[in-house]
Design a protein around this ligand. Structure first.
Ligand code: HEC
Length: 163
């Protein structure tokens, strides 16, 4: 290969990489773009941009939330967690966490529903049989304030059994 061809090929690879890397990192084309924006602004600092969590600090959101969204009590759990936070020891898969998630009750119902839908569908890949969370479901939980320890108590009835 002549030198010039090699240089041209390198430029082409660099140009492709510039397009491909940001798309992959941003979970290209989310189903819930408003939720994606809110997640990156409010949640990714602890849970990571792709929701994979931080070891011993914040749990991954790529599996359990999608499972919660398939049952009525699990959907309440999701709404409660963002409205009131979560406090105390929990297990996600074979990993343990014992920290405090802050509450996000300052965000409106539509924003919280969209944020959870981004978690459930874009990060968690819930099947199409699962219905997106609605602002009305968030509003219903706003009517019943509890604290982060209470949210953890309710979680026991919906979380998959620890291995
Ligand atoms: C300051 C760090 C922090 C931020 C910001 C944060 N979280 Fe959390 N989140 C946590 C921690 C820590 C836990 C686990 C708490 C525990 O150990 O009891 C958690 C738990 C959760 C859970 C429960 C997972 C399960 O298996 O039950 C969900 C759902 C969740 N967060 C969603 C969100 C969403 C959505 C946002 C943004 C609106 C967010 N979090 C913002 C730290 C954070």
């Amino acid at each position: 290969m002549r030198r010039r061809d090699g240089a041209r090929a390198l430029v082409r690879i660099a140009a492709l990489a510039c397009v491909a890397i940001p798309l992959a990192a941003a979970a290209a084309d989310p189903q819930f773009p408003d939720g994606a924006a809110s997640f990156q602004a409010n949640c990714s600092v602890c849970h990571g941009a792709a929701g994979t969590g931080l070891p011993s600090l914040a749990p991954p959101l790529t599996s359990y939330p999608a499972q919660y969204a398939a049952s009525a009590e699990g959907r309440r759990q999701l709404a409660m967690t963002v409205l009131y936070g979560l406090f105390g020891a929990i297990t996600v898969g074979d990993k343990h966490f014992d920290f405090k998630m802050p509450d996000f009750s300052r965000l409106d119902d539509a924003t919280l529903a969209a944020t959870l839908n981004f978690v459930v569908f874009d990060l968690g890949h819930a099947p199409a049989s699962v219905k997106p969370l609605t602002p009305a479901e968030i509003a219903a939980e706003r009517e019943h304030p509890i604290d982060g320890a209470g949210v953890r108590e309710h979680r026991k009835s919906v979380a998959p059994a620890a291995p």
